[in-house]
Each structure stands twice: as structure tokens, then as C-alpha cells.
Design a binder for this molecule. Structure first.
Ligand SMILES: Nc1ncnc2c1ncn2[C@@H]1O[C@H](COP(=O)(O)OP(=O)(O)OP(=O)(O)O)[C@@H](O)[C@H]1O
Length: 618
């Protein structure tokens, strides 16, 4: 990794180190005092005794440049720290909380950024005097808006990543999520910006000194030296050249180091929906329903989005029940509402979503719980495994820290016990050498191993229901089967229920007991998995089955694609949403939406498939 930094980085870092060291050790170095007039002619050119020559008053320029570095670097460090201390918390708040906090902070920030820097500097110096402390305050305050922008941007991009959602799913509090998940990631761009900020401040201090608004004579500053030397440009150019070149090289070095660090740590952003705790508002009164004696019951779950194009019913009245020791598969094409259904159940929806219906966990209505009350359920009772284990794990924290987290938060285990338990969990999901894996980072593991880690995290507190949202989609085919087999084994061992979400029927066919098929946010078929797969009643289920490869397909069997595209949820067709793509559709299908009828098998179709039709279709 260090080799990737290149020679430019090392040269720059070396130069910064040299200047820093010289500034720190100026008093003990064999240098003349910066204000001492030496014997000999003034404006003397460079010599062995005075490598940078002497100035108009016969003072050693090297000494003055070295002492000047103290002011320039001191102001740089002070102003950057001040900007960071004020700007970073504001940026974190704006990026994480968004809404009102974001609007207010960014509005004030924009006004601050628009305020003329020089007027501000002049005002402060006029009232408070030109000294080191005031220059640091001026430049630190002027840097705050840039820090706010940078930290807000980094927070925004990380707060919507899956590992933050994963922490939420485990019931972590906002402050903890910010500190453990967001801050380490924001620290990466912030540290590289600190170097660039140093360069900006050094130049700014130089400009202020040039205008006489910085630390006053006789204390030398680089800007002040350039100002003094400019009158000697023709007779003794070395007086102005020496501080200019040192300042130029230092600014260039800080920029280069900052830039190389940024390039090295640049993690490609992955765009994801912003996910926040839903502000649940029930759009319409649900029909009365009985609370059943089962582990998980979803009743008329609805997730709607009010968009500029109209109301999008991403989930529209989904109901099901699930018992311990059983697996429910939720299948459907991309965009059919599977993920939104799971997020509705977990109470983790984008802020723009409106949720309706009820979800009962052992008879306890989860939708009646506040976000704070939901935290006690997320993790201990409801576990979640996400599609892409790379984005579900925090790249800058070790596996050990991440698997221990739910154990420490929910089970209040000490660091040591949590690590021992984490190792045991890793072993239980089939990870060889758990002790070593605990010390590793996500990128050091294969995709299959990473998914095992996220499963271990989801299982840490012994949940009653495990939600697996497309857990194998990001893995290659040979690993897919291993992960599903593992989920099945864990379900048996822990006697929990599993909700398995997939767009691929062939993946879930073997492992599911019950299945619900979703299309355009609604359940179009529901029933025992074996029956639904063997004898689908709804043409959409049949089409999905025909589009999925099967082991008993004859060689060179052509898979049938489903013609057309899923409907635009902002403007769904008036009748059955699948009608425009259905080979069996008749007039009534386009005009009237079929209800979900339940005659032992539930399906939403005016003309359900009979066994003869199925054998012709296949
Ligand atoms: N923030 C949002 N604003 C408006 N509509 C949204 C938003 N998020 C999701 N949707 C709508 O919800 C629908 C269902 O999305 P969801 O992610 O649940 O689908 P999915 O079946 O899980 O698909 P995939 O397998 O691709 O994740 C999408 O088609 C989209 O129209």
C-alpha cells in the first residue's frame, strides 16, 4: 500500500518533516538570531556561513525563514484544528440528521462562505490586534464552511451505506452509529483535507502578512519576509527568493501529500437509498383483523411514497404469517417491493416513506413501537442479512469489532467475553480459524466468508426471525448453495424462522416452506412452496418459474423471458398489473384488478391456471 503513494509523496513528506523539524529546533540549531544584525555588509549574497545570505539590515535570511516557519506552520496547525473542531461536528449533524438541521446549518454556512474574508480579517485585527492567536482565529473561522461541506458530504455518502443500516438493524443508537460507523469513514477524507487545508492556510497567512495583518515585526513570517524583500528585488533578489521558494515548496508538499492520501483511501461510493427510521403514518384505516397465535404476522402492510410523479405504492397490502422453524420465501422481479416489505417490517424506511398496516411479533404490535422501542427488538429478536456483504460491513473496522458490537450493545458483554463469543459465532457459521479472522478487515475475506460474517452478526443475539434479503445475489453460484445450506442448518439448530427474499425462484425453491410471490407491490400468489412451485395458479408465478433454470431441464432448454416490463408504480394500469405482459389476459383483466382469493391457495387472478393449462404452458 505504501508503495502506491509514489516518490512524490515521500519527497513531499520528507520536505514537510524537514521544515517542521527546523521550526521546532530553531532555538538549538547553529543559527544566528533572527533579529541580530550581523557584522559585515547588508544584502550579502548566499555564502557558506549564511546559505540564504543576509537582508537589508544585515540579518541572516536562513534564520528568519526558519523562525518564520514557526508562525506559518503554527498558524496552519492551529487554524486547521479550529476549523475541524467547529466544522466537523456541524457537518456530521447536517449530513446525518438532514432535514431541518441540514437546512439551517447549510444556510448559515452559505452565508458565512459568501462573507468577504478580507473584511473579516481586517475587522478582527482592527478590534483585537494582529497577533498569532488572532490570526489563528481568523483563518480557523474562515476555514469552517469548507470543513462543514466536506464532512457533511462524506457523512451523507456513508450514512446511507448498508453497514450503517446494518448497525441500525442491530438496534444501535444514533450517537454510537455516528461514532463507530460514520466517523471512522469520514476521518479518511478529513485527514487528507487537513493537509490541503494546511496549504491553504499557509498561503492565506502569507497574504495577510504581506498586507501587514498578521504577526507583527520583529517576529518573522514568510509573508512578512516576502513583503520586506520585495523592495530589494533588483539589488538582492535572494532576500525575497528564499522565503518564496521555501513557502512554495511547503505549500506544494502539503497539497501533494493531501492529494495522494485522498487517492489512496478513495473508496468508490455506492449509491443507496437514504434509510431512516420511518415516520409511520397510516394512509388508510386497515380492515379489522385478528391477532394470531404465531411468531410473525404481517397484516395489510403498506409502504407508500409521495413522489413528484404521484403516489408510489411500493408495498400495497401484504399479509402473511410465519411460524418458528419455517422459511418463508418472498419472490418477485426487481422493483416488486420485496426489500420495502422487509424494511417496513423492521421499521427502517427512507424518510419519505409512509407506512401502514400492522406487524406482530409473538402478538406484540411492532408498528406501535417508537424507533427507540424498536431498538430493543432489532438484533435480539429480528436479525437481518443483506445482499452485498461488502457494503454491509464497515471497511475500516475489523471483523472482531463488528461481530462483537451487537454482543456488547445488547447483551452488555465486556470486550473480552464479546470477542470470545464472536469467535464462537464465526465458528458456528463455518469460518475456519475464527481467532485470526477476528483480526482481519472485510476486504481481506472472500465474498462467501464475508456473507458468513454478516450472518454471524445477525445471529449474535439469537434472533427469533432472520431476514435474508437476497443473501446470495452478490455471490457466485458455487457459494450461493453453501450460504443457503448454512441458513437452513442454523434455522434448524436455533429453531428460528427465516424470511428469504429472492428474485430467483430456483434459488429459494429448495429451502422454502412457504412462498409469497410479489408483483408491483402486491401479493399475487401465496401458499406452500412445494405446491406453488409445482402447480402455480397465477400466470406471473408460472412465468417466473419458466424464466428460472431447473436441474431437470433437458439439455439446451431455452429459458423463457417474461415479455415487457414491470409497470410504472406511479401510474399503474387500471386492472391486473400483470395483464399487459400476461399471455392469458382477457378483457376483464385489463379493466378490473383481481382480489387475492384464498381457497387453500391464495392467488390474485381472474383466470387462474388449471393443471391442463400448466402442462401446455411448460
Ligand atoms: N425512496 C423511494 N422513493 C420512491 N419510490 C421508491 C423509493 N424506494 C423504492 N421505491 C419504489 O419501491 C419499489 C420497490 O422497491 P424494492 O427495493 O422494495 O424492490 P425489490 O423488489 O426489493 O427490488 P430489488 O430486488 O431490485 O431490490 C421500487 O420499484 C420503487 O419504485
Amino acid at each position: 500500500m505504501l508503495r502506491r503513494l509514489g516518490p512524490g509523496f515521500w519527497l513531499s513528506a520528507g520536505w514537510i518533516g524537514l521544515v517542521l523539524l527546523a521550526a521546532l529546533l530553531a532555538d538549538v540549531l547553529p543559527l544566528a538570531r533572527y533579529d541580530e544584525t550581523l557584522a559585515g555588509p547588508p544584502q550579502a549574497g548566499p555564502s557558506l556561513a549564511h546559505p540564504f545570505g543576509t537582508d537589508g539590515l544585515g540579518r541572516d535570511v536562513l534564520s528568519r525563514v526558519t523562525y518564520g516557519a514557526r508562525v506559518s506552520l503554527g498558524v496552519g496547525v492551529g487554524a486547521v484544528l479550529l476549523g475541524l473542531a467547529v466544522g466537523a461536528p456541524l457537518g456530521l449533524l447536517a449530513g446525518y440528521r438532514r432535514k431541518a438541521a441540514d437546512a439551517v446549518i447549510m444556510a448559515v454556512n452559505d452565508v458565512a462562505q459568501a462573507f468577504p474574508a478580507l473584511v473579516f480579517a481586517l475587522a478582527v485585527v482592527a478590534f483585537a490586534g494582529a497577533n498569532l492567536r488572532n490570526v489563528i482565529i481568523v483563518l480557523g473561522v474562515l476555514g469552517v464552511p469548507s470543513w462543514v461541506r466536506l464532512v457533511r458530504g462524506a457523512t451523507l455518502s456513508h450514512a446511507s451505506r448498508e453497514f450503517v443500516l446494518a448497525a441500525r438493524v442491530l438496534g444501535a443508537r444514533d450517537l454510537r452509529i455516528l461514532w463507530r460507523e460514520v466517523v471512522p469513514n469520514v476521518a479518511v477524507p478529513a485527514s487528507s483535507y487537513a493537509f490541503v487545508g494546511m496549504a491553504v492556510v499557509i498561503v492565506a497567512e502569507g497574504s495577510l502578512a504581506f498586507l501587514g495583518l498578521s504577526v507583527q515585526a520583529p517576529t518573522p513570517t514568510w509573508g512578512g519576509l516576502i513583503n520586506e524583500g520585495r523592495t530589494l528585488m533588483e539589488t538582492a533578489p535572494h532576500v525575497v527568493l528564499a522565503p518564496s521558494v521555501v513557502m512554495f515548496l511547503t505549500v506544494l508538499s502539503f497539497n501533494l501529500v493531501g492529494d495522494r492520501l485522498r487517492a489512496l483511501t478513495d473508496v468508490r461510493e455506492i449509491g443507496l437509498e437514504p434509510v431512516r427510521q420511518a415516520v409511520a403514518a397510516v394512509p388508510a384505516p386497515a380492515a379489522p383483523h385478528a391477532v394470531r397465535d404465531c411468531l410473525l404476522q404481517a397484516e395489510d402492510v403498506r409502504t407508500h411514497f409521495v413522489t413528484p410523479r404521484g403516489l408510489v405504492k411500493a408495498v400495497d397490502g401484504v399479509s402473511f404469517t410465519l411460524e418458528r422453524g419455517r422459511t418463508l420465501a418472498v419472490v418477485g422481479e426487481s422493483g416488486s417491493g420485496k426489500s420495502m416489505l422487509i424494511r417496513s417490517i423492521l421499521g427502517l424506511l427512507p424518510g419519505t416513506a409512509v407506512r401502514g398496516g400492522s406487524v406482530y411479533l409473538s402478538g406484540d404490535d411492532l408498528t406501535a413501537r417508537s424507533p427507540a422501542e424498536m431498538r430493543a427488538v432489532l438484533g435480539p429478536r429480528l436479525g437481518t442479512v443483506f445482499q452485498d456483504p461488502m457494503t454491509a460491513l464497515n471497511p475500516v473496522r475489523t471483523i472482531g469489532a463488528q461481530v462483537s458490537e451487537p454482543l456488547r450493545v445488547h447483551l452488555r458483554m465486556g470486550r473480552r467475553r464479546a470477542r470470545e463469543e464472536a469467535a464462537r459465532l464465526l465458528a458456528s457459521v463455518g469460518i475456519p480459524d475464527p481467532a485470526r479472522t477476528l483480526r482481519r478487515y472485510p476486504h481481506q475475506l472472500s465474498g462467501g466468508m464475508r456473507q458468513r460474517v454478516t450472518i454471524a452478526m445477525a445471529l449474535a443475539c439469537g434472533p427469533d426471525v432472520l431476514f435474508a434479503d437476497e443473501p446470495t445475489t452478490a455471490l457466485d453460484v458455487t457459494i450461493q448453495d453453501q450460504v443457503l445450506r448454512l441458513l437452513h442448518r442454523l434455522r434448524e439448530e436455533r429453531h428460528m424462522a427465516v424470511v428469504l427474499v429472492s428474485h430467483d425462484l430456483s434459488v429459494v425453491a429448495r429451502w422454502a416452506d412457504e412462498v409469497i410471490v410479489m408483483y408491483a407491490g402486491r401479493v399475487v400468489e401465496r401458499g406452500p412452496a412445494a405446491e406453488v412451485f409445482a402447480r402455480p395458479r397465477m400466470p406471473y408465478t408460472e412465468a417466473l418459474l419458466q424464466a428460472a433454470p431447473r436441474l431437470d431441464d433437458p439439455p439446451h432448454h431455452r429459458l423463457r423471458v417474461i415479455p415487457g416490463r414491470p409497470p410504472d408504480l406511479a401510474a399503474p394500469p387500471p386492472g391486473c398489473a400483470f395483464a399487459p405482459r400476461c399471455p392469458y389476459a382477457r378483457e376483464r383483466c385489463a379493466a378490473e384488478a383481481p382480489p387475492l382469493v384464498d381457497d387453500g391457495r391464495a392467488y390474485a387472478c381472474w383466470y387462474p391456471l388449471t393443471e391442463e393449462a400448466q402442462s401446455i404452458g411448460r
